[in-house]
Design a protein around this ligand. Structure first.
Ligand SMILES: Cc1ncc(C[n+]2csc(CCOP(=O)(O)OP(=O)(O)O)c2C)c(N)n1
Length: 684
């Protein structure tokens, strides 16, 4: 962005931004005024003088991204979106934090134009930004690998707070950002030494700048002015250095005073999360040279000035479009790929690459998934991912792929545009980075770890679900079936607890072919999804004998019909489906007709119509048994009052999978027993 001389009107605009932050919180009576007041010059400088953006098109491909990691300071962003002309009005600021407003308490992706990611859980935004910076490089590799243009080079700017940097996820992500030498990532740290309980030194005394230096970032310091205000000129100088630093990420440690220049509130923890009160606001307005009696004051000439960013943005945009057209003409194949990626289309017949697995051989669903991942990768260049140091166990390696690592990396197989991501043992950051990659817009990322460690990344998983973005979590070692590693590694409550997250599909395939179909669904549905895959081999079911694995697409299906009118329904997921099928045979020998239902994804099943659901789980059949090697929570809904749930409502143990399934009651006999008991209960 071309930068004109800073003018008096720019000063006025910053004053107005500080006042709007105070007024918006005061009007609703709650919120976080202090940081938004203090950061007004920072955000203003960024939006008016650094960010490459066009407020009339928030989806412009060439734009820089901005992440407000300290989402509680949402007014820092909303006020700039208003001043720039992203569609937010003064009335929207007046309805801050109220129902249905465009200005919710924390910025929400998909809700407010110009918001690039949902932030609020501290630290998460930083991991998203790292993902965006990685995605920018990967996408460039797809579209302009020889750097013939600068069309796909843009920056990811972040503002973060103390809390962001206290949270472990930011450290995980920033460490990886250093290893990845993400030169397009620029972070401004608002070091105001205040959080909710007071001075951050109550809990946070390390040399943060030193830490970032150790991560391999370019670290700059911006000292405050003597009156406590941010030294905006020094900040701008640092930002210019940040812009020209392209070989590693930049960290600007900027000293500020929360709620500056409020006479009593500045520097206090109270100003972090409480309205300042009418008197303090009036006194602050006097100091700012504003009329204390007027709220939400925005002089026309100030707004006219700040909205000029639209012209500057559109001029930038026009140049970009010109270059883009030239690039399209010169690179028709890449242009066609970009067109497809932008429209979220899939190549016609892409699913033909999906493997079909012959019956007769036992295959772990994680192994099947690995084959499917590599197959999908042959046709979808936008499909990439990796693991948190468990690639071999998670089967997440795309065959023949290179490692996504910077040019400077000395690692074997390193490629700045590689499609295999080594996240390191950083599950939480992996989740946040995957989210950032998806948010960046063109690609479909996946990341793997053991299901039990989904807990470490739950915050990111929840945000993926909340934002409704196409991220796939490949969780393997999905039950006691992992065996000897024991209870620390055996997920028990995880399936149930992940199913509790709204808008997240959890898929636990019964065999290799269900895994293949499930991946097809995941790719076409393009929604947040988690796989739960077996470590142990499972029989590949003979689909000539059993129903087609196509049923997977409906979430649950009759995999093995009863030989007569069903007297009992056996509903199982994953490795327990084969157990149900074995029990069905034993029951049949005793003259009891049982229907086996494979239920790989309850969320997809819930999306089908009532008639289909009734056809799979008829309400007339009350005798039902659910079988899943995890807590039974949630299954009552499917088995009903006469039903019995076979599960594991305690931790596992270190022993072979066979021993554990036997010891913990996952046996043919136990299923048969439960089926009879449920039939008896239903008859009462
Ligand atoms: C993961 C997470 N934990 C706790 C909170 C609640 N919270 C919101 S703001 C805040 C204090 C943040 O202090 P700081 O980051 O220094 O922000 P500032 O006071 O500078 O605005 C806390 C604990 C949160 N938003 N996210």
């Amino acid at each position: 962005m071309e930068r004109s001389t800073w003018s008096k009107v720019d000063d006025e605009a910053v004053v107005i931004a500080r006042a709007l932050a105070m007024d918006s919180v005061q009007k609703v009576g709650n919120g976080h005024p202090g940081t938004a007041m203090a950061l007004a010059p920072v955000a203003y400088t960024l939006f008016q003088r650094f960010l490459k953006h066009d407020p009339t098109d928030s989806s412009w491909l060439g734009r820089d991204r901005f992440v407000l990691s300290c989402g509680h300071s949402s007014l820092t962003l909303y006020v700039q979106l208003f001043l720039c002309g992203y569609g937010l009005s003064l009335d929207d600021l007046k309805s801050f934090r109220t129902h249905h407003s465009l200005t919710p308490g924390h910025p929400e992706y998909g809700h407010t134009n110009g918001v690039e990611t949902t932030t609020g859980p501290l630290g998460a935004g930083i991991s998203n930004a790292v993902g965006m910076a990685m995605a920018a490089r990967y996408e460039k590799g797809l579209l302009d690998p020889d750097s013939e243009t600068q069309l796909f080079d843009h920056n990811i700017w972040v503002i973060c707070s103390d809390g962001d940097l206290e949270e472990g996820v930011s450290g995980e992500a920033s460490s990886l950002a250093g290893t990845q030498a993400l030169g397009n990532l620029k972070m401004i740290y608002d070091d105001n030494r205040i959080s909710i309980e007071g001075d951050t030194h109550l809990a946070f005394t390390e040399d943060v700048a030193g830490r970032y230096r150790a991560y391999g970032w370019n670290v700059l310091e911006v000292k405050p002015l003597p009156d406590g205000n941010i030294d905006r000129v020094a900040l701008e100088e640092a930002m210019i250095i940040a812009e020209s630093t392209t070989d590693r990420p930049t960290f600007i440690r900027m000293h500020s005073t929360i709620a500056w220049p409020a006479p009593h509130a500045q520097g206090t923890a109270e100003s972090h999360g409480s309205a300042l009160g009418a008197d303090e606001i009036a006194a602050t307005k006097v100091l700012l040279g504003l009329d204390p009696a007027v709220s939400f004051f925005v002089p026309d000439h100030v707004l006219a000035h700040t909205r000029q960013i639209i012209n500057r943005g559109q001029a930038l945009r026009a140049t970009w479009e010109n270059d883009f057209e030239r690039w399209q003409a010169k690179n028709p194949e890449r242009a066609a790929l970009l067109e497809r990626l932008r429209s979220k289309d899939l190549p016609a017949g892409w699913e033909k690459v999906l493997p079909e697995f012959p019956a007769g051989k036992d295959v772990a669903t994680r192994a099947a998934s690995g084959k499917v991942i590599s197959a999908i990768a042959t046709i979808l260049p936008e499909f990439w991912g990796g693991s948190a140091d468990l690639a071999g166990s998670n089967n997440t390696t795309i065959s023949g792929s290179k490692s996504f690592l910077p040019l400077s990396s000395a690692m074997e197989g390193a490629d700045p545009y590689g499609r295999l991501i080594h996240f390191g043992i950083r599950e939480h950051a992996m989740g946040g980075i995957l989210n950032g990659i998806a948010l960046h817009g063109l690609t479909k990322p996946f990341g793997g770890t053991f299901l039990v460690f989904s807990d470490y990344m739950r915050g990111s998983v929840r945000l993926a679900a909340l934002m409704n973005i196409p991220v796939t979590f490949v969780w393997t070692h999905d039950s006691i079936g992992l065996g000897e590693d024991g209870p620390t590694h055996q997920p028990v409550e995880h399936l149930a607890s992940l199913r509790l997250i709204p808008n997240l599909a959890i898929v636990r395939p019964a065999d290799a072919n269900e895994t293949s179909i499930a991946w097809r669904e995941v790719i076409t549905r393009s929604k947040p999804t988690g796989f739960a895959l077996s470590r142990q081999n499972l029989p590949v079911l003979d689909r000539a004998k059993f129903a087609s694995a196509e049923g997977t697409a409906k979430g649950a299906y009759v995999i093995s019909e009863a030989k007569g009118a069903a007297q009992v329904l056996l509903i199982a997921t994953g490795s327990e489906v084969s157990l149900a099928i074995a029990a069905q045979e034993l029951l049949e020998q005793e003259g009891i007709h049982a229907r086996v239902i494979s239920a790989p994804c309850l969320e997809w099943f819930e999306e089908t119509d009532m008639a289909y659901q009734e056809s799979v789980i008829p309400s007339s059949v009350k005798a039902r048994v659910s079988i899943e090697a995890g807590v039974t929570t949630g299954w009552r809904e499917y088995v009903g009052d006469a039903g019995i749930s076979i599960g594991l409502n305690h931790f596992g143990a270190s022993a072979s999978a066979g021993t554990l399934f036997q010891e913990f009651g996952f046996t043919n006999e136990a299923v048969v027993f439960a089926a009879k008991e449920s039939i008896a209960k239903a008859a009462k």
